[in-house]
Design a protein around this ligand. Structure first.
Ligand code: KE4
Length: 429
């Protein structure tokens, strides 16, 4: 397959846009190739500008759980579009989407819609600081919560360390209140909480980290996190931007039956259009303007087209059997891939939760935290990525991301993927 037109677009894009992309991970730098440019998506397929077709396991990094250009989603957006695109005045769809989220996400009593996951997490942390009057926050190495300054800290080394900037442009003062400890490390967490737990406003966590690759929590990790934050008066924030409506209608908190104080959502609730949300206990949410003093705002928050796409998507995922079928297909793909790696002597560790999974190359596993994930053979992953692209399968262009399955991935597509994967494994050499 050739990528002539993609290459022409990429060349032009690099003149006009830093790195030729509007989000760094799309640049495919870590997998040693130039990005394809997509002409359209349909169901589980992407079609690039050169006419190549790919089975898509990125699903726009999670949102497209019902598949690309789902007829009900498209119809809902078209209907909203006919009445205008934005008003800056409350609309009925915002109420309907808020209602759906409150109904489906167990711990959410009130919710505020925003336009991205970053806005959701940034606002939730500000709210927790305003609610507790405390300054410090704690995150876990390898978890990603969007690109607002407080979260861009370098991974902690072993024990908890005060954050040091993880990016130029982030002042030390900003991250000096951000603590970071290894995920799944209750000992390190306990040490920090004993030392300064009563100065911490919030602990924010991806209940199942997907941004270092999929790393399942130890069985006692989330329950202990809940217990200890309760004891210390710390606001527990679940960043469910990925796991929300991915793992179950009620996300990871329903799956594990651990209830946070605040939840951040994004991706799936916008059905591919820009929607983020944060919500939780009414007692906390009431601190947000205009009811309370903690300020947060957004011109396009609750946008009518985005809420239309989100509502149609949540309608589809709420139907009986949706998650069961997704689970069966994901399990079949997992079993098939594991079998192939054994048959072809490829050392890797596949970790899956529901319809999200990561194959850590060069690892026998389990991969329990960021330090372990970093030991992956990223060159081998890059070669597998390029081989699969050539076979017509589009994987996450980074070892440290999750792959996703959608409703539109039929059993024939799972079979086709396994055939392509066998060829890709064979030509790893
Ligand atoms: P956005 O601001 O990109 O909508 O959401 C930020 C965010 C927050 N929390 C979690 C758990 C997330 O995974 C994300 C964004 N995820 C990345 C990929 N894993 C988005 C892809 C990109 O940055 O282009």
């Amino acid at each position: 397959m050739h990528h002539h037109l993609s290459n022409i677009y990429f060349q032009k894009a690099r003149e006009l846009i830093p790195g030729g992309v509007n989000s760094p991970v799309r640049a495919c730098k870590s997998v040693g190739c130039d990005p394809i440019f997509v002409r359209k998506g349909e169901g589980c397929y992407l079609y690039d500008v050169d006419g190549n077709r790919y089975i898509d396991y990125v699903c726009s990094w999670g949102p497209m759980i019902v598949g690309h250009a789902h007829p009900e989603v498209n119809a809902a957006v078209a209907e909203a579009l006919a009445s205008g695109t934005s008003f800056g005045v409350p609309t009925w769809r915002e109420v309907a989407l808020a209602q759906k989220i409150v109904e489906l996400v167990p711990s959410i009593e009130q919710v505020r819609l925003v336009s991205s996951g970053t806005e959701a997490t940034m606002s939730a942390v500000r709210l927790a600081r305003g609610y507790t009057g405390r300054k410090k926050i704690l995150k876990f190495d390898g978890c990603y919560h969007g690109h607002s300054d407080s979260f861009l800290v370098k991974a902690g080394s072993g024990l908890a360390t005060l954050g040091i900037p993880g990016s130029p442009g982030v002042p030390e003062e900003v991250v000096s209140n951000t603590l970071a400890v290894p995920f799944n490390d209750l000992k390190a967490l306990k040490t920090v909480l004993d030392r300064e737990g009563d100065e911490i406003a919030a602990i924010i966590v991806e209940p199942i980290p997907a941004n270092m690759g999929v790393v399942p929590p130890r069985e006692d990790f989330l329950p202990k996190l809940r217990e200890w934050t309760e004891e210390k008066g710390i606001v527990l924030i679940f960043d469910e931007v990925i796991t929300g409506f991915r793992l179950a209608p009620g996300g990871a908190q329903e799956y594990f039956q651990v209830m946070p104080d605040l939840t951040c959502l994004g991706k799936i609730i916008g059905g591919g259009l820009p929607v983020g949300a944060y919500g939780g206990k009414q007692e906390i949410m009431e601190k947000i303007a205009p009811v309370g003093p903690v300020y947060q705002a957004g011109t396009l928050s609750g946008n009518p087209l985005a809420t239309a796409a989100g509502l149609a998507t949540l309608d589809v995922v709420s139907r009986p059997g949706f998650y069961e079928v997704l689970e069966e297909k994901a399990e079949a793909l997992e079993n098939g891939l594991v079998d192939l790696t054994k048959r072809h002597g490829v050392i890797c560790c596949l970790q899956r939760m529901g319809s999200m999974m990561t194959t850590f190359f060069g690892q026998r596993g389990p991969v329990i935290d960021f330090e372990a994930a970093l030991k992956s053979d990223t060159d081998l992953y890059a070669r597998f990525f390029r081989n699969m692209l050539e076979e017509g399968v589009y994987l996450a262009p980074s070892q440290f991301e999750a792959g996703f399955i959608s409703l539109a991935h039929g059993w024939d597509v799972i079979e086709e993927t396994l055939k392509d994967a066998e060829s890709a494994f064979k030509s790893l050499g």
